[in-house]
Design a protein around this ligand. Sequence first.
Ligand code: NDP
Length: 239
Amino acid sequence: MSRSVLVTGGNRGIGLAIARAFAEAGDKVAITYRSGEPPKELIELGCLPVRCDITDTEQVEQAYKEIEDKHGTVEVLVANAGVTKDQLLMRMSEEDFVSVVDTNLTGAFRVVKRANRGMLRAKKGRVVLISSVVGLLGSAGQANYAASKAGLVGFARSLARELGSRNITFNVVAPGFVETDMTKVLTDEQRAGIVSQVPLGRYAQPEEIAAAVTFLASDNASYITGAVIPVDGGLGMGH
Ligand code: NDP
């Protein structure tokens, strides 16, 4: 059955791989993109691109109106959009802390809150939040990012309790290091250091994250909620 799926930040990286996976499985997929042009390959797959900055509640509202108009109520939401602004604490400005939390955590709140309306009416829904291995492991120089990603776990688990009786599931996928623009900024030395800590000895491909997300949105995951699924090559073992 073709569902209405929304992937935030679906224009590149992990979000693009997630959107592609849902579209190839036959779902009606909308993606948000903040800048540039939406990728041609998604248009060719029939995806609906909607420009939306998730730090702006009004833009989120407008995006949902357009998606609901064209694809119907969002049944599967993947809150993927995220940013880093890495800096050691002594040099981290309050603005860099607040803006990362505003995008990664409050941004997820904005899109989940708006999706919840339709999911309650439909009496079903699947929400997948993209966190990170560093949310629970911690990472020097990423206090803002790690705090925002750890926050998603408490957020998801609270909502799993609040809305489980309404047949809405909330799960978190916690990727390790993935080949995307976000990790391109790391030096070869940093990269080698990371890979040496990963039992599988390599970065993930975005498609490997997408596989966990599509599983959590599938019928096979009907009894899974409040879970944190690591897709990190073993890096965070134990969280
Ligand atoms: P990219 O930097 O490649 O892409 C980030 C995406 O988020 C882009 O689509 C970007 O849009 C969008 N975005 C950022 N800010 C906003 C905003 N304010 N409003 C709307 N969209 C926004 O990152 P990845 O694909 O690597 O990461 C995707 C998610 O996975 C993020 O949440 C990230 O934290 C998480 N993650 C990534 C890991 C990795 O190793 N890459 C590891 C663990 C987690 P635009 O193109 O317009 O900038």
